[in-house]
Design a protein around this ligand. Structure first.
Ligand code: AMP
Ligand code: ZN
Ligand code: FE
Ligand code: FE
Length: 285
């Protein structure tokens, strides 16, 4: 199996990189890319081990970006054959600083709303980088909400009462950074932007001209109709195709590595072939 979109506890997934590798072996995922939010640290932690087990492991990242006319942030996936050059790491550190600032503001905002949420309780849930899902877990544990989804709807999401805008790069900038570091840039789960296919088509067309390489056509949230539409859009602009589950472990229950939600996901072999060809994959870290 192939899975080019998943998260570890280096961002907001629940499994460590080593546990994710074990899960990949169990699930027979042979081509894997870790795409943590704004960090590539997990790759180095299991690279040798993955290759020793015959898994083609790619270094990846998922970036939250802004695009004029879109209320919600637009996610971009970056894929690399090995660790990208140091300049890209420095650019990521800038994004991580933006998170630190947002997290402080979000904590203050929740407290203003009369909720007893302390920064040390939230940060204790994260191995490294704190994300909104960690805030959601605290709200759930304290009984302020009954599901993680409700935590986003009531408080943490764009329409929530504690919503804090984070500094995000533009989609154009993120594409340029990924490409500049030798990576392949893929538009993540486009259905989250819109299911108005003309709008998606327009966004893909405009960004294909700016270096967007691929469209994530296969994803746990995509139905068969979505896949067909997105494959047609990718083909229209001569773009490659990526796909993955967006596995987060217990942080997003019901989504399995490799197979997605209820076995609905099946990333075809040509996706791995395109990625290997684009990145001229060589084994080894
Ligand atoms: P952050 O990057 O810290 O702003 O957190 C964003 C992450 O929160 C996303 O990548 C998802 O994993 C998660 N998330 C966002 N919206 C929701 C939602 N409505 N329900 C559950 N998880 C969500
Ligand atoms: Zn996530
Ligand atoms: Fe995403
Ligand atoms: Fe993701």
């Amino acid at each position: 199996m192939i899975d080019l979109h998943c998260h570890t506890n280096f961002s907001d997934g629940s499994l460590s990189p080593a546990a994710l590798l074990e899960r990949a072996l169990q699930a027979d995922v042979r081509v894997l890319a870790i795409t943590d939010h704004d960090t590539i640290g997990a790759y180095g932690a299991i690279c040798d081990e993955a290759h020793a087990h015959g898994i083609d492991l790619y270094c990846g990242v998922e970036l939250s970006t802004h695009l004029a006319g879109c209320e919600r942030s637009v996610h971009l996936l970056g894929y690399f054959a090995g660790e990208p050059k140091a300049e890209f790491g420095a650019w990521l550190r800038g994004l991580q600083e933006g998170r630190v600032k947002r997290n402080a503001e979000l904590t203050a905002r929740l407290q203003e709303l009369g909720l007893d949420v302390q920064w040390n309780e939230v940060s204790a849930l994260a191995q490294r980088q704190v994300g909104r899902p960690h805030f959601a877990q605290v709200l759930l544990r304290k009984g302020y909400v009954t599901t993680l989804k409700e935590a986003f709807e009531r408080y943490l999401g764009e329409d929530g009462t504690a919503w804090v805008q984070r500094d995000e790069p533009s989609l154009d900038e993120a594409i340029a950074e990924v490409r500049g570091a030798g990576g392949m840039a893929s538009l993540a789960h486009p259905v989250r932007i819109s299911r108005d296919w003309e709008r998606v088509d327009e966004i893909v067309a405009a960004h294909a001209r700016l270096g967007l390489d691929a469209v994530e056509c296969f994803h746990s949230e995509h139905g068969e109709e979505d896949e067909r539409r997105l494959l047609a859009i990718a083909e229209r602009y001569g773009l490659r195709v990526t796909g993955g589950s967006d596995f987060h472990g217990d942080a997003k229950p019901g989504i399995e590595l490799g197979t997605g939600r209820g076995e609905s996901l099946r990333v075809p072999a040509f996706v791995a072939e395109q990625l290997a060809e684009r990145l001229a994959m060589s084994r080894g870290c």
